[in-house]
Design a protein around this ligand. Structure first.
Ligand code: HEM
Length: 394
């Protein structure tokens, strides 16, 4: 996608185009780094739809193309912390924040390392395999499922749910919307029973959200169930962390010089991961809605218009990142924004970075001779950039 993004960044950096977002006739695509950052920091851009909402969009007929089959999906998605504006956003984020803080993540390190070691044993035993299916996907799934407090059957159900939701990213037919809606209904029924039957005081994320509910109805049941689903998909199901581990390993394994440099200087690992995040941002774009008319790059974004900021273009803006199409693990200079900017900055950023650091570091130590064994293939999704397969032999 990067040559296309470059063309837009140079020729039409604030571009009105078709949007796959249900309920919007089109969207403004933002390609330049500084515009992306300023929009994400600007409170004139929010998440919730003004005067209407995803589920009951009637107030502005020209924007009410949400298909009937999509209503279950949006009824849940609009409850996610990432789709809320303050004060609801603040209320939900504040409950979760301590559990994703760097100190909390540091306590998870031994467990993450144990899961990685286990998966690597399997790859070593089999003499290779697919680094996505055998490593980069199961690792974050196991980590977030344990953090949430999900038993194995619940984890499988949410993996299935994530698959349906990802199908919507590629094609929005009535069938894919219905598949996503049915998967949500199944997951919601399962989680409702799980939450009601569980003991309290377990300290996992279900407990945290349910605890908020106990002390004064801070979190409604709908919000609780929707946000458990969201934490699973944000952390693993949407393959965000899989994307980072997978493309990090792909980039390094296909550039032996930088892979060997990492072996000589393991201290470079955090900057290698940061560079993989810049070069192949797993979340390529995110959305905002203009609350009022705002001029950006000489174009007027109207009140109620949808905006898609494109991290994948911002991260390769030569005004900020010299020689942007070069992957360089020793790159210094400005930070990239692949975890977002402002009040919705990725809550799981420190966790994802630690998972990637442990995954890549452990693999390099345990299987130093690992080599590519066939072509890697990308997933067809647009908003997420994730490898589907990465065959290796050792
Ligand atoms: C939000 C990226 C992993 C949980 C975000 C946003 C981005 C992002 C760009 C901001 C969206 C926006 O502004 O509209 C990523 C990437 C990941 C990753 C690239 C992996 C490499 C995780 C993990 C979790 C997580 C492991 C753990 C559950 C969240 C949550 C939010 C969020 C809860 C919403 C925060 C809010 O609205 O305040 N993520 N994410 N993410 N992410 Fe991540």
């Amino acid at each position: 996608p990067y040559p296309i993004y470059r063309r837009f960044r140079e020729a039409d950096p604030v571009h009105w185009g078709l949007s796959s977002l249900a309920g919007f006739p089109g969207a403004w695509y933002i390609f330049r780094h500084d515009d992306v950052v300023s929009i994400l920091r600007d409170s004139r851009f929010g998440k919730e739809r003004p005067a209407t909402d995803f589920a009951t969009a009637d107030a502005r007929p020209e924007r009410t193309t949400v298909p009937e089959a999509a209503r279950t999906f949006f009824g849940t998605a609009r409850q996610w912390v990432v789709h809320r504006d303050p004060p609801d956003h603040t209320r939900l984020r504040d409950l979760l924040r301590p559990h994703f803080a760097p100190a909390a993540v540091a306590r998870l390190r031994p467990r993450i390392a144990a899961i990685a070691a286990d998966l690597l044993d399997g790859i070593a035993r089999r003499g290779g395999g697919d680094l996505i299916a055998d490593y980069a996907y199961p690792l974050p799934v196991a980590v977030i499922a344990e953090m949430i407090g999900l038993p194995a059957d619940g984890r499988d159900l949410l993996v299935e749910c994530s698959r349906h939701w990802q199908a919507v990213d590629v094609s929005t037919t009535d069938e894919t919307w219905r598949g996503a809606g049915d998967a949500i209904d199944a997951a919601r029924d399962y989680l409702r029973v799980l939450v009601r039957r569980r003991d309290r005081g377990t300290g996992d994320l279900i407990d945290v959200l349910a605890g908020g509910r106990d002390t004064g109805e801070v979190v409604s049941e709908d919000e609780l169930l929707a946000n458990i689903m969201f934490l699973f998909v944000a952390g693993a199901g949407f393959q965000t962390t899989t994307g980072l581990i997978g493309s990090g390993l792909h980039l390094l394994l296909s550039d032996r010089e930088q892979w060997d440099r990492l072996a000589d200087r393991p201290g470079l690992l955090p900057s290698a991961i940061d560079e993989a995040l810049r070069y192949e941002p797993p979340v390529q774009t995110t959305n905002r809605i203009a609350r009022e008319a705002v001029t950006v790059g000489g174009r007027t974004i109207g009140a109620g218009d949808s905006v898609l900021v494109v991290f994948a273009a911002a991260n390769r803006d030569p005004a900020v990142f010299p020689d942007p199409d070069r992957f360089d693990i020793t790159r210094t200079g400005r930070a990239n924004h692949s975890f977002g900017v402002g009040i919705h900055y990725c809550l799981g950023g420190p966790l994802a970075a630690v998972e990637a650091e442990i995954a890549i570091g452990a693999l390099r130590t345990r299987l130093p001779g690992l080599r590519p064994a066939g072509p890697a293939a990308w997933n067809p999704m647009v908003s997420l950039r994730v490898l589907q397969t990465l065959p290796v032999a050792c």
